[in-house]
Ligand binder design. Sequence first.
Ligand code: C2E
Ligand code: MG
Ligand code: MG
Ligand code: MG
Length: 288
Amino acid sequence: LLVIGFFGHLWWRRSRPAAPGDDDPALIADLRDAIAGGRLDFMLQPKLDLRSGRWVGAELLVRWNHPQRGPLAPDEFVPMAEQARVIGTMNLHLLRCGLQQRRQWPQAEPPLHLSVNVSANDLADAQLVDDIIDACGQAGTGLMLEVTETDVMREPERVAEALPRLREHGIRIAVDDFGAGHSSLVNLRRLAPDELKIDKSFVASLLNSRSDQAIVTAIVGLAHELGATVAAEGIEDEATQRWLADAGCDVGQGFGIARPMTAGEFTALLVAQQAANNSAQGGPEQQS
Ligand code: C2E
Ligand code: MG
Ligand code: MG
Ligand code: MG
């Protein structure tokens, strides 16, 4: 048994795919190059108003197609970018690209927002906050920054300090993956986030889990009491979407609503929808 165990262990070690980043300086160097050369790509995943059925915005999700290793998932290389301290540069670059795309979107009332994932460290960096504000120009009201609950609660004071300046410029803050980290309610009150995003682990088996339902209901209540909207991520089917809408969840996101798509596809979708709405209303010129 010992022998089998030993060889089994060796086999396991050899067959385990190397997690990118651990002990992989070459990959980190490639990532630095890709960031500096603007070769990272992104997708946009639409966010839906669960009551009106209208798009309210989209979340920017980074993608990296490595020339030799092929497409890598953000969960694989975002931690690397954090380790190598290039995450701030990466996020700022993506934010600029995303905002540029947002300028192509048709006008809507209220305007659609772009959600961008940033790290708490980014917000603790005064220079980077300046750069984010500069990047927005007049488009500030259209930007929402997502910070994960785990991340934000690591340095709540420094994040809280950055918020007034961002808010002055109409930039909103969402707490991402909410429920999966440890929030102190005192810190949550101090941050006064604009949106809580319920972690997808509570959404995945929502219909079969009374405890997930209780947690989601509680988060919806908490968010609304704090004056925040509440979004659910990871919605994969219509029944879950309906349950969340009935529970008072404001915004939904997930493969069952729309998959992440290219920026071009997202703009085309908005244009098509606006055309459909206009013709449903008898055309914009016949309205008055
Ligand atoms: P997140 O911000 O919570 O983003 C949601 C993730 O859930 C995305 O994965 C999205 O593709 C995935 N997702 C969306 N709908 C569904 C669904 O219905 N079912 C399931 N199972 N998954 C769904 P992705 O793109 O792999 O990103 C993973 C994480 O990487 C993100 O989680 C975010 O924390 C981080 N990330 C992504 N883009 C960026 C970025 O530009 N900057 C930074 N700092 N982090 C990023
Ligand atoms: Mg996010
Ligand atoms: Mg999330
Ligand atoms: Mg996540």
